[in-house]
Design a protein around this ligand. Sequence first.
Ligand code: ATP
Ligand code: MG
Length: 155
Amino acid sequence: SINLVNLLGSLITDYRLLAEPRNIRLDVRLPQQLVVQGNEDQLNRAFSNILDNAIKYNVDDGRVRVIGDQSGMEITVKVENTGAGVGEAEVPKVFEPFYRVEKSRSTRLGGSGLGLAIVKRIVELHGGKVKFESQERGWTRVTVSLPRNREKIPV
Ligand code: ATP
Ligand code: MG
């Protein structure tokens, strides 16, 4: 089993290095344990892709919040960020492979548009769900929910 608190903790240590030069504040609210079963490398990749977006699409002096919770049979991890969000019409498309919002901005920032498609795939392989909520002028929030116990562990 994997404690996501440790996994997220070390990812956040790395991503602070990207956030600091742009004065992006990273707030973390995690319980002591968020235990799931699964493939550590894959989960690491999934949360890395989400944090990468939260910083890449943020603004200078912006904020990122990581909130973990355990309720009933599932754990949830929310990653919220300031910065230009995604329009209502484009939200349903962000999980499509190679889809990138507003080509010019996205092109300038670099990336292939695979990040969230990979997140969705990994989370679903773990029996979970991922949700993307955004307001064009407000916060973007990515919520991952994963079952706490699973018999089948992805390879
Ligand atoms: P890659 O992740 O492969 O480097 P990417 O970041 O463009 O490329 P995704 O991570 O799949 O691809 O994201 C798809 C698009 O959704 C992005 O191009 C961006 O426009 C938008 N997006 C994703 N996450 C956020 C976020 N946290 N805030 C604002 N926009 C976002
Ligand atoms: Mg990305």
